[in-house]
Design a binder for this molecule. Structure first.
Ligand SMILES: NC(=O)c1ccc[n+]([C@@H]2O[C@H](COP(=O)([O-])OP(=O)(O)OC[C@H]3O[C@@H](n4cnc5c(N)ncnc54)[C@H](OP(=O)(O)O)[C@@H]3O)[C@@H](O)[C@H]2O)c1
Length: 305
């Protein structure tokens, strides 16, 4: 019998990919969508739309009725709407959802966390994920928290790499040599969908990444191999860029948060242990294969061999 899965965040970048994977695996998918948010694309795919909001606890319990699992990719720190922020959505909103899952006795809650959040108390949006993981433990909710590294592919608006790779001149912030764990968002989406549908995926927290950490030199090298064209990689000094982030951060807390995130990533500690990922989801994607897929995704012209 097909499973009933509720997705919170389904109108977003990652959530929409999660929905595609759920549908391709035969799930009956519902999406909790805020009033005023565009649900047309999801409706076209056959997703049942349930109007609700993490900040409105009264909308959550009815949405969970008869659900076999709920997946949340939702965040407030991407500031999609006025009033979205870490406190309202990622903290209070997520707690509301955890409380509702507990009350509804939903058998599985799949939460999108972030790699190594337990090490990163200095990074507000990372630490908030850890707080929610701990809250789920405290409440005794049956959860799987997948903890992906940095997405290799960000939303087209925030993509760090596509423009530079296409020009053959990749300029990044801070460093081309320090490595950290990356992963394609589509792989994360697939794992989230499987974690909701397959009860053999164990409850608890799990790192998600590629087979090894990556740096910008590796990205440029593999992208160059893919395109058959040279790609130069260089870094703008973090001392300067970081100070600009800190200054803007005085007025925009998200910028201060991002500065702290990069400070943490540049320690070289943002590295996944993919043992559990390998055991439960099969072969872990390699850096080369992921970069090739990313190049295809951004439309980098491929070498003709
Ligand atoms: N980017 C990375 O490198 C990275 C790395 C590791 C983990 N992650 C995690 O991956 C996820 C990525 O998210 P994304 O890129 O898909 O974000 P996104 O595109 O900004 O989407 C955010 C989603 O959350 C929904 N939402 C916001 N506030 C809500 C509320 N109060 N109630 C219900 N829904 C609400 C939004 O709905 P509306 O349409 O109504 O705005 C939207 O669907 C996040 O959990 C992030 O922490 C990202």
């Amino acid at each position: 019998m097909s499973k009933n899965i509720l997705v919170v965040g389904g109108t977003g970048y990652l959530g929409s990919k999660v929905i595609n994977h759920l549908l391709s695996r035969g799930a009956k998918v519902s999406a909790l969508v805020r009033e005023g948010s565009d649900s047309k694309e999801l409706e076209t795919k056959g997703v049942q739309i349930i109007r609700g909001d993490l900040s409105k606890p009264e909308t959550l319990l009815p949405a969970l009725k008869n659900m076999d699992a709920v997946i949340s990719t939702a965040i407030g720190y991407s500031n999609r709407k006025k009033g979205d922020n870490l406190k309202n959505v990622d903290d209070l909103g997520n707690r509301n959802l955890v409380d509702a899952v507990k009350q509804a006795n939903t058998p599985r809650f799949v939460f999108t966390s972030v790699l190594n959040v337990h090490q990163a108390e200095s990074v507000p949006h990372f630490w908030q994920k850890k707080m929610i993981e701990d809250y789920m433990d405290k409440k005794g909710v049956p959860y799987v928290a997948l903890r992906p590294g940095a997405f290799l592919d960000q939303t087209p608006k925030n993509d760090f790499y596509a423009g530079g790779l296409k020009k053959g001149n990749l300029k990044v912030m801070g460093t081309t040599t320090i490595k950290w764990t990356c992963i394609l968002s589509d792989d994360v989406a697939r794992y989230l969908a499987i974690a909701a549908m397959d009860n053999t995926i164990p409850l608890g927290r799990m790192d998600i990444g590629m087979t090894e950490p990556m740096n910008v030199e590796m990205l440029a090298k593999y992208a160059s191999e893919y395109s058959g064209k040279p790609i130069k990689a260089s870094a703008l000094p973090w001392a300067i860029i970081g100070s600009v982030f800190s200054f803007i951060g005085l007025f925009k807390p998200e910028m201060a948060d991002l500065k702290k995130m990069f400070d943490y990533m540049f320690t070289g500690k943002y590295v996944a242990d993919t043992t559990l990922q390998q055991k439960h989801f099969g072969d872990v994607p390699s850096v080369k294969d992921s970069v090739f897929r990313y190049c295809e995704q951004i439309g980098l012209s491929k070498a003709t061999t």
